[in-house]
Design a protein around this ligand. Structure first.
Ligand code: SAM
Length: 354
């Protein structure tokens, strides 16, 4: 019998019994990110900062503008959650340094990252920059903060629930005698959470998702911003108002893969439902902006001008910059599926781009 992650997880299921989808996502995700750099053409998927330098540059300028309008606080913490290869932060810092060097000088850089492989990539991308890494948000330093996160929330675990004639069940993962896995259902829940009560009229077979892990991160972030001052930009694929449906997906080699095959070897994510996240942040005292589509956000903060400027500096690459802009902003590309949610401490100024 092989001893890869899949085989070990299948053994655990046989020993401990079926486990919630959230445990599968947490453990397979941790293994996946701890053991590889998954980005780019050789990897499993590509993200906005890897598509175009304009993404990180514009977010950097958004941060510098906000810092300026906040009254130029010092110290000022520039924090990224789940920074991948460090590309977004590298491009953002370059843009901040050129546009507003005093902002760059005031910023200390903090990365929240669990993967040792990706920490090393971030170290290389940000060579020459003082960086402090954190395992989670519990130990962020005091001081006004501007926080960015691109495709971070989608990787955090979700729970799934399924309706039957007998009520609501939690969706579980179970193992057969071989290493093959299948979905199963818990016994009917005695006290379905409030979320499920909202779907009381749902027909049998309806799947509803809920992510306490994402809510916990957003609540912690909102509390930090309310206490210390500042704002956050959360960019992810998903929907402004959830709704029902099974959105768990696996990506491997730029194609959809089976969620339960070769666990730990594919990127497991699900659509981010922004509605409960905004509600949690509001309850923690934060102001909310959006969510708006990534396309509208980037157009409002100046992607056309940036593409034009880059094209004039390198005319032979003008078509490439136009294609990158279309991919990031197009309604049939990433412009609508990806959403941007702003969180901020109660004090002004308003957030740009919404
Ligand atoms: C899809 S990648 C996004 C990378 C980057 N933001 C980008 O846009 O290219 C998800 C990132 O979140 C990190 N990550 C996943 N789960 C995490 C967790 N629980 N805590 C901290 N980082 C996590 C991964 O290691 C990776 O850096």
């Amino acid at each position: 019998m092989s001893d890869g992650f899949h085989a070990r997880f299948a053994r655990l299921l046989r020993l401990e019994g079926p486990q919630p989808v959230a445990r599968l996502m947490a453990e397979a995700g941790a293994h996946y990110y701890a053991t590889r750099d998954p980005f780019g053409t050789q990897g499993d998927f590509i993200t906005a900062p890897e598509i175009s330098q304009m993404f990180g540059e514009l977010i950097g300028l958004w941060c510098a503008d906000l810092w300026d309008r906040m009254g130029r606080p010092r110290p000022f913490r520039l924090i990224e959650l789940g920074p991948g290869r460090g590309t977004l932060m590298r491009d953002a810092l370059r843009a901040i340094g050129r546009a507003l060097p005093v902002c760059r000088a005031a910023a200390t850089v903090h990365l929240v990252e669990t993967s040792p492989v990706l920490r090393q990539r971030q170290h290389e991308a940000l060579a020459g920059t003082d960086v402090e890494w954190h395992d989670d948000l519990s130990a962020l330093p005091p001081g006004a903060a501007v926080v960015i996160a691109n495709e971070f929330l989608d990787a955090l675990p979700i729970r799934q629930f399924e309706r039957s004639a007998a009520g609501w069940h939690e969706r579980l993962v179970a193992a057969g005698d071989d290493e093959r896995l299948h979905f199963a259902l818990s016994p009917p829940l005695a006290d379905p959470a409030a979320l499920l009560r909202r779907h009381r009229a749902a027909p049998a077979g309806t799947v509803v998702e809920w992510s306490p892990a994402r809510e916990a991160v957003v609540e912690q972030l909102a509390r930090h911003l309310v206490a210390e001052g500042g704002a956050a930009l959360l960019v992810d694929y998903g929907s402004p108002h959830g709704g029902a449906g099974d959105t768990l997906q696996a990506m491997r080699g730029h194609r959809f893969a089976s969620v339960l095959q070769d666990l730990g070897e594919a990127d497991l994510t699900s659509h981010v439902d922004f509605e409960p996240l905004a509600a949690v942040a509001r309850r923690a005292g934060a102001r909310i902006a959006g969510p708006v589509g990534q396309g509208a956000f980037l157009e409002t903060i100046g992607i056309a001008a940036r593409a034009d400027m880059l094209s004039r500096a390198a005319p032979d690459r003008a078509a490439a910059f136009a294609a990158q802009r279309a991919r990031l902003t197009g309604a049939d590309a990433m412009g609508r599926l990806f959403l941007v949610l702003g969180l901020a401490s109660p004090a002004p100024p308003p957030l740009a781009g919404f």
